[in-house]
Design a protein. Structure first.
Length: 147
């Protein structure tokens, strides 16, 4: 059995570009930057950044294009794919290696949220003792639930 599986967690390097294929299906192209920290031979801490080309199709492409912007973190699960095409002007063969998204999750926004608009803890009023949540005393019967 062979395996072609990629997991990336990084920040978008540019806003997703949403286009429609001739079939009518949507495709989104964007980039993700990932960092790696390591110690070199002298023991000094080094950081290396990798840039990945990413493509998503269908509803996944639409959601990513709608909610993600440059600089936002994202977790992507997918596969590596290399495309090739001939440049008509120079006659040279070009290659592009990209990650094709199978699944994704919005990354944390740096304030503890998961990518959605967030109200910081400093902006939230603290609940007063008399405003505590009051739960019903009786048991909930599953037959009473309307769905």
């Amino acid at each position: 059995m062979y395996l072609n599986k990629v997991f990336l967690y990084g920040n978008l390097t540019r806003d997703p570009e949403l286009k429609a294929l001739p079939s009518g299906s949507q495709v989104a192209n964007f980039g993700i930057a990932t960092n790696r920290s390591y110690k070199d031979k002298s023991g000094a801490r080094q950081e290396a950044t990798e840039f990945h080309n990413v493509v998503a199709f269908g509803r996944t492409a639409e959601v990513i294009a709608q909610y993600m912007k440059k600089g936002r973190p994202i977790f992507v699960e997918g596969r590596i794919q290399t495309r090739s095409w001939d440049d008509k002007e120079s006659g040279k063969k070009n290659y592009r290696t990209e990650i094709v998204v199978d699944n994704f999750q919005f990354g944390a926004d740096g304030k503890g949220g998961a990518g959605a608009p967030h109200v910081g803890a400093e902006e939230q009023p603290s609940p007063k003792d008399d405003e505590a949540i009051k739960y019903p005393d009786e048991e909930i019967n599953p037959e009473d639930i309307p769905f």
